[in-house]
Design a protein around this ligand. Structure first.
Ligand code: TXA
Ligand code: MG
Length: 339
């Protein structure tokens, strides 16, 4: 895939009035700004400017048929972007926005085809993170943004990761904090047959079922009967660190693995440090929330230490565990040590 060389002079902007105002100016002039959100850092451009949005694909090396999510600071701005907001969409908006959720809705003509890869629908998101809010307000236009990683790699959840990925490719990077959720937003599509979760994230399937009673909810991976393919992005490999990722299940850790050579990292939720060989670099995850929050940053750390392999514990597939499990399956290509 063709990828733009890292040639741009990238400004680092602080999360203060002058930083946000400079970022807004760059967006309105058709440039690219990396900004923090509660899920992951995004690589943003003016969503009404097709030429600016085209630069996102170039900077990321992103396939042209993979549509972008459009971000706004306020819920009421969605009315200009979605041509129809029916009852179930309105209920999801009321329950979860601002927050880590993206709704796929029919688009208005204001959104160029470059953003949606020609689809009649658009992904809409209102982030809750305060720096994201201030940036979007300063921009004054909706901002189209994918995660700020080079295509296929893990999304940045810290400023250092965002800079490592996008220095030389974006016009500016906002120096935000660490992402609170740490995994990309939950993507929900609304169809006649019910709600489909195209990508699990910070808003769980259980949360959605509780908010929208009496409407079928199809989890990630299952499709409504008679439905067309889900998120175009789902066919691409994702979230892969440089190291090979191998999954294991809690309680089934096999000490024989110690025979494996090379620098090895471990992410464990239920096994203790002492269960692993002393030469392994073991990171205990104190909770599922922390596992989600730190997953990509831990991948980044292991890569920067030159690890060849990462053993990662596969969490229970419920609540936030579904989102962590989903990213681990993609990062590992479904490579389980047991099973
Ligand atoms: O948390 C997030 O969602 C982050 C932050 C920056 O907001 N963004 C993000 O964007 O993860 P990206 O581009 O990495 O992932 C967006 C996913 C892709 O898999 C894409 O195919 C899907 O959303 N998508 C976008 N528009 C769609 C549409 N109209 N219909 C179906 N899927 C869509
Ligand atoms: Mg992405």
């Amino acid at each position: 895939m063709l990828m733009r060389m890292k040639t741009k002079k990238t400004l680092i902007l602080e999360t203060d009035a002058s930083g946000f105002s400079a970022a807004g100016e760059i967006i309105r002039r058709g440039g690219l700004v990396v900004f923090p959100t509660e899920t992951v850092y995004g690589l943003g451009a003016n969503a009404f400017d097709a030429a600016a949005c085209a630069k996102i694909f170039e900077a990321k090396g992103r396939p042209q048929d993979n549509p972008l999510i459009v971000h706004t600071a306020q819920v009421f701005s969605l009315a200009r972007l979605a041509s129809v907001i029916e009852t179930r969409a309105a209920a999801l908006i009321k329950a979860f926005m601002p927050g880590p959720i993206t709704l796929i809705l029919p688009k208005t003509q204001d959104i160029p085809a470059a953003v949606t890869a020609g689809l009649p629908t658009v992904g809409l998101r209102v982030p809750s993170d305060s720096a994201a809010q201030q940036f979007l307000q300063a921009a004054g236009v909706p901002v189209a943004a994918p995660s700020a990683n080079v295509s296929g790699r893990p999304s940045p959840t810290t400023f250092d990761m965002a800079r490592a990925a996008m220095d030389g490719r974006a016009d500016a990077i906002i120096r935000g904090g660490d992402s609170r959720v740490g995994l990309e937003s939950t993507i929900v599509r609304i169809t006649e047959g019910g709600l489909e979760i195209l990508r699990p994230g910070g808003v769980s399937e259980e949360d959605i079922r509780a908010a929208i009673r009496g409407c079928p909810v199809y989890g990630a991976g299952s499709l409504c009967p008679g439905d067309t393919p889900p998120a175009p992005g789902m066919k691409y490999t994702h979230y892969k660190p440089q190291a090979e990722v191998v999954l294991f299940q809690g309680g089934k850790w096999n000490p024989r693995i110690a025979g494996a050579g090379g620098k090895t990292g471990v992410l464990t939720l239920t096994e203790k440090h002492a269960a692993f060989p002393r030469n392994f670099l073991v990171r205990e995850m104190p909770s599922l929330e922390e596992y989600a929050r730190r997953l990509y940053a831990e991948f980044f750390l292991f890569d920067s230490l030159g690890c060849e392999r990462i053993f990662a514990e596969y969490p229970p597939e419920e609540g936030l565990g579904r989102a962590v499990a989903n990213r681990l399956l993609k990062a590992s290509g479904g490579n389980f040590f047991h099973r």
